[in-house]
Design a protein around this ligand. Sequence first.
Ligand SMILES: [Zn+2]
Length: 70
Amino acid sequence: MSTSTSGGNATGTPGTSPEHLKPGDEAMAGTPGTGEDLCPDCSGSGKKKDGAECPTCEGTGRITQGIGGG
Ligand SMILES: [Zn+2]
């Protein structure tokens, strides 16, 4: 007996998960009332002064933060 599910695309891409909060994020990307901004710790370079990956933005250079609304 062979139960081969040919064509069944497994959900789950190893690597980067688009839906997770970075340390510098205030909200998930796409959340109403939030916007993407340059990481204040690395000024958008994604790296710290010593060349290490910026932990705040995880090397992306951008973080999601709340925008003015009150
Ligand atoms: Zn950063």
